[in-house]
Design a protein around this ligand. Structure first.
Ligand code: GCO
Ligand code: MG
Length: 408
């Protein structure tokens, strides 16, 4: 068996996605997600201009060898563009291998360790009333764990707070405004730090102590600010506080950890296990947030989770709507199979996205399941995809009130 074709598709059914399709000489097709929000065309070019021709004629079953060939062979290692491209090849090859075996992919990863993957959804609202409506709507949909983001008094908009709280209306809200140039938002950390604990107090009073609640700090705090927030949120028993600092400086998490028992999750912008080395070996975090799509695919993620498991650190795979249904399906197969599963982010794609990508995963009583279709269980409708051409769209830029550019 040999790879005979490798094609890259860019489409925008509601938002932009990059998909790699690998075809074998006996007609088996595998898909991989190569979407990097706001930098989609860079990954498409990396694949088209530097990778697809290298794949032709290779044995699709040699997944580890192909991974090493692309990672080491390029000489230039790591980085989001490279690792998204490698991830797309890796996931497409796993899709092919599982289809040839006639098994859903999770069976090749060791089989199911659980009946389904606990998912969390994004509730948000600019004020408490809108937030409570959004939480209720998520509970009605069956979510058993919920991320909470709100507006901050004095700021006009905050990234992560949906323009409409109604799922389906403008639920697919990222970037906040889709436009050819990034929109600009304002930020005030002191106002945020004062406000967030009051929101969690109100949510606990309204919804009780049991519901697992999560919060995303989006890299906006310094270590001492993050320590202060983690400590202030302890009475509200968070499932996790995410991306409290820009964790390129892994050592910074020592300070946060010394001050708070609020569980910490980090890693959606990381792309290799090396980004976690100190965080994991010193047990400075509780959850690994990498996306399969941005961290080298299933091969690399399985190793990363096995490494994390040695330190009782669990998974919390990144699953926003800028991960395509192909990337989301890959995550669900891992979630079902690995022992140290924690939780899976699940934002739900728009109806247009789900017409282009036909999925076989399901969401029942708060649990996701990848389904029993051989392979990943996702089909890509090329003809329909062509009707949704690439639409330049950027994530926002954040500025402090004095104009200084800040993390968003
Ligand atoms: C999350 C994230 C996302 C990112 C987005 C950027 O926790 O889901 O923070 O919403 O901002 O994936 O492309
Ligand atoms: Mg996040």
């Amino acid at each position: 068996m040999k790879i005979s074709h490798a094609d890259v598709f860019v489409t925008s059914p509601g938002r932009n996605f990059v998909t790699l399709k690998i075809t074998t000489d006996d007609g088996v097709v595998g898909y991989g997600d190569a979407t990097l929000n706001g930098r989609e065309l860079a990954v498409a070019s990396y694949l088209r201009d530097h990778v697809t021709s290298l794949l032709i004629g290779r044995d699709p079953h040699r997944i580890e060898d192909t991974w090493q060939y692309l990672y080491r062979g390029a000489y230039w290692r790591r980085g989001p563009v490279t690792m998204a491209a490698i991830a797309a090849v890796d996931v497409a090859l796993w899709d092919i291998k599982a289809k040839v075996a006639g098994l859903p992919l999770y069976q090749l990863l060791g089989g199911a360790s659980r009946t389904g993957a606990l998912a969390y959804g994004h509730a948000s609202g600019f004020d408490l009333e809108a937030l409570f409506d959004s939480i209720r709507e998520h509970l009605e949909l069956g979510y058993r764990a919920i991320r909470i983001q709100t507006g901050v008094p004095g700021l006009d908009s905050v990234y992560g707070v949906a323009a409409s709280t109604k799922i389906g209306e403008r639920y697919d809200y990222e970037p906040a405004q889709r436009s050819a140039a990034p929109s600009e938002e304002q930020w005030d950390t002191r106002a945020y730090l004062r406000h967030v604990p009051t929101v969690f107090e109100a949510v606990r009073n309204e919804f009780g102590p049991e519901l697992p609640l999560l919060h995303d700090g989006h890299h906006r705090m310094t270590p001492i600010q993050a320590a202060k927030l983690g400590k202030a949120l302890e009475p509200y028993d968070l499932f996790w506080l995410e991306d409290c600092t820009p964790a390129e400086n892994q050592e910074a998490l020592r300070l946060v950890r010394q001050h708070t028992t609020t569980p910490l999750a980090i890693g959606e912008i990381f792309n290799t296990a090396f980004d976690y080395q100190t965080l994991i070996t010193e047990q400075l975090i509780d959850y690994v947030r990498s996306a399969v799509t941005h961290t080298g695919g299933i091969t690399a993620m399985k190793k990363l989770f096995d490494f994390a498991a040695l330190y009782q650190i669990k998974s919390g795979i990144h699953g926003p709507t800028d991960i395509s249904p192909v990337g989301q399906a890959a995550a669900l197969h891992l979630d079902l199979a690995i022992h140290n599963f924690g939780i899976q982010e699940y934002m739900r794609h728009s109806p247009e996205t789900l017409e282009v990508f036909k999925t076989s995963y399901s969401f029942t009583d708060g649990l996701l399941h990848p389904g029993e279709t051989p392979g990943l269980g996702v089909e890509y409708d090329e003809q329909l995809a062509e009707k949704f051409p690439y639409d330049p769209a950027y994530l926002p830029v954040n500025r402090l009130l004095d104009g200084t550019v800040h993390d968003w």
